[in-house]
Design a binder for this molecule. Structure first.
Ligand code: ADP
Ligand code: MG
Length: 695
């Protein structure tokens, strides 16, 4: 068997291949573009394109595609072959620098939130040389950004790159204040832990809800759920293990650093975590990982569910976004240092993150808001919809000491002197684990735990980077003008703690008492997508995002509309699917069972009146439930009809939240009750016990 070290990255046009296939001049010029963003000369682009094509053809590729991430949340691709006619009737394989650098897909069918009327259909894709090209299924994939012809971002990569640039710029200003002149760039890194479910494909095929919406819209709890805690880290079943092995291999070929795999809390739930990488690459790789996960599953007769809440009653799936900031010199700015000066710098960055999360709670919350994730957040399994930061006891004690001007850890009565040299020294690895916090410090990085499993990580990181960049800007402005840096620094940190400590919470985030406490502290509790999303257009958010060049105002408004449209369309599809299943499958099945039971009553009655007590009671109860289901379905149909008449998107989202979703819940409750009373043979599709324990 081939060794991992031999096939890892074998499908990637990475640095090693670039070095081997490009002339030194071209390689150096490309490197400058990758590292510093200097524009690429067309002659260099031509040389790179030729080398890429030869390499790709050697590995069996016949096509190339500009791979991009429109606002749909999934990736898009249009394949062109390399062929070009030759005079003798044959073909040659061609790929020019122009084709590498720029593509022109018809943009009219992608969501733009009104940014681009369909008559101006043109959009273009631009090569992102910082993310390596790769080969998948006989096609050369070129990671690209997607813009309208007037330059507005129509995707998630453009604003992500802009947010990384913003934080780079502001963090450098702060580092210069500490006398650091060596650092040339600062980058954010992310390690996204990806949760997912695996179900049997034959069972999946029988469920319209899974096929249409990715989640079960009906289903009573099986006798066993996750209460035994026997699945988390449990031994992996052979069929799942084979899947995971195959998946690792496919990901490794694509240069994705898949590292950790294990069973998760819910039955049939698993997790995959890669080694962290630069945010932009991590985002591309996570999209690719989700796609490969689903494809490899099919080869094993499985379906990989990435929905945030495929099953009610057991945990849903999230994606933990482990985030840090580091310099090109390899220094992690969120890592407590050894010396007081290093610690002062660390504390400043820590304070910046605390203030950023407090000031922009709404932006972080709405960056993870989708119809699917609404079923998780606040549902006693995932972090609540309220944002707070977990720091652990030791770090919190350090901040308390700074705020109170007391020495940290000591008992001395003497007041802590101002200045960098007396900021407390403390040890690394001081954090305990808290699995209920939305935003937890884990020693040298923050773990943002609210992301849904199917979310692109781009949105969360755009907003997180932007918010931290903004606070670093404010800090740099203040400190650059200070006459005495040390005391200004101390004052700034102290003031920041005082003003923003309300966002710090080290307790149990799943506790109802915390939600009440959070309200007292004035923290936001944006329960649904409909509540959260409009806040992106709040003045303070628009000002911040535009001032750092992350979005234009038009882009912000368009994104709100796209995300809300996504929300209402998702729920509407679910509602329509429910009606379909109720009318065509569930009600007929239960009615048939009731009718057959009633016939039994008729037969038995001729023998003895008393012999039919059970059947009579059952028929009565089933009939009541059938009427209930019918009534609930009729209500839902009315809601769907009403929904069609609402044209204003905010109103539509409120209608979905206040009317449609509650109507769906009513129908589900009646149907799930009926399921528990209907003989298994009559039930039209596989139930939870089979789906959750059938692999
Ligand atoms: P846990 O499940 O305990 O949270 P894991 O080890 O499963 O931890 O996942 C942690 C993730 O954090 C991995 O993807 C890892 O590569 C990533 N990570 C580790 N260090 C950093 C860092 N400095 N910056 C960003 N991500 C990191
Ligand atoms: Mg984690």
């Amino acid at each position: 068997m081939e060794k991992v070290t031999e096939y890892f990255g074998s499908m990637v046009f990475d640095d090693r291949i670039m070095k081997a296939t490009l002339s030194e001049k071209v390689y150096k010029s490309l490197k400058r573009t990758i590292d510093r963003g200097t524009p690429l000369d067309i002659s260099v682009a031509n040389a790179v394109a030729a080398a890429m094509k030869d390499w790709a053809i050697e590995l069996g590729a016949t096509h190339y595609t500009h791979w991009f991430q429109p606002m749909t949340g999934v990736t898009a691709e249009k394949h062109d072959s390399f062929i070009s006619p030759a005079p003798d009737g044959r073909v040659i394989m061609e790929f020019s620098g122009k084709e590498l650098v720029k593509g022109e897909p018809d943009a009219s069918s992608f969501p733009s939130g009104g940014l681009r009327a369909t008559f101006e259909a043109r959009g273009y894709t631009a090569w992102d040389p910082t993310s390596y090209a790769f080969i998948k299924d006989g096609t050369l994939y070129i990671p690209t950004a997607f813009c309208s012809y007037t330059g507005e971002a129509l995707d998630k990569k453009v604003p992500l790159l802009r947010s990384m640039e913003a934080i780079n710029k502001q963090a450098l200003r702060v580092l210069r204040l500490f006398g650091n002149t060596k650092v040339k760039s600062v980058k954010t890194s992310v390690g996204p832990e990806q949760e997912y479910f695996l179900v049997d494909r034959e069972m999946w095929k029988k469920r319209k809800d899974l096929i249409m919406t990715g989640r079960t819209l009906f289903g009573a709890m099986p006798p066993k759920g996750q209460e035994m805690d026997d699945h988390y880290f449990g031994s992996i079943k052979p069929r799942v293990a084979e899947y995971m092995t195959d998946l690792d291999r496919e990901l490794w070929k694509l240069g994705i650093l898949a590292k950790t795999k294990h069973n998760e809390v819910a039955p049939a739930q698993h997790e995959l975590a890669p080694i962290y990488d630069t945010t932009n690459i991590a985002a591309d790789h996570n999209q690719l990982t989700m796609e490969v996960m689903q494809k490899v599953a099919l080869r094993h007769g499985l379906v990989c569910l990435l929905h945030e809440k495929p099953f009610a009653g057991v945990n849903g799936s999230g994606k933990h976004n482990n985030w840090s900031i580091s310099t090109d010199q390899g220094e992690n700015l969120l890592s407590p240092g050894e010396t007081p000066a290093e610690n002062a710098q660390f504390l400043l960055f820590l304070a910046a993150v605390i203030k950023a999360v407090d000031d922009y709670q709404d932006l972080l919350r709405l960056s993870v808001a989708t119809a699917g994730n609404d079923h998780r957040l606040g549902a006693n399994e995932a972090p609540p919809a309220v944002i707070s930061i977990f720091l652990g006891d030791e770090l919190t004690a350090v901040l308390d000491a700074i705020e109170a001007d007391k020495p940290y850890g000591g008992t001395a009565k003497e007041k802590m002197k101002l200045g960098v040299d007396v900021l407390p020294q403390f040890s690394k690895d001081s954090t305990d684990r808290n699995r209920t916090s939305p935003f937890a410090f884990t020693g040298n990085k923050f773990e943002f735990r609210m992301l849904g499993s199917s979310n692109s990580i781009s949105c969360a990181n755009i907003h997180l980077n932007a918010a931290v960049a903004e606070v670093l800007r404010q800090f740099a402005d203040e400190l650059e003008n200070a006459s005495d840096l040390n005391s200004a620094l101390h004052e700034l940190i102290k003031r920041t703690i005082k003003e923003h400590k309300r966002i710090i919470f080290n307790g149990n985030g799943y506790d109802d008492a915390w939600i009440a406490e959070a309200e007292k502290r004035g923290l936001m509790n944006l329960k649904t997508t409909a509540d959260a999303m409009p806040h992106i257009c709040d003045k303070k958010n628009v000002e911040m995002l535009t001032s750092h060049g992350i979005f234009t105002e038009a882009e912000i408004f368009s994104r709100r509309d796209i995300m809300l449209e996504n929300y209402v369309k998702t729920v509407n599809i679910e509602a329509v699917t429910m009606v379909d299943m109720a009318r065509k499958e569930i009600i007929p099945a239960v009615a048939k069972f009731a009718a057959d039971t009633a016939s039994a009553v008729a037969v038995k009655k001729s023998v003895s009146e008393a012999a039919c007590k059970y059947e009579t009671k059952l028929v009565t109860e089933l009939s009541e439930l059938i009427d209930k289901m019918d009534a609930a379905t009729t209500k839902l149909e009315a809601a769907i009809a009403k929904f069609k008449t609402i044209t204003e998107i905010i109103k539509a989202s409120e209608f979905v939240r206040d009317t449609m979703l509650p109507a769906m819940e009513k129908l589900r409750a009646a149907a799930d009750k009926a399921e528990t009373m209907t003989a298994e043979d009559y039930y039209p599709f596989p139930t939870y016990d089979k789906l959750l324990f059938g692999v």
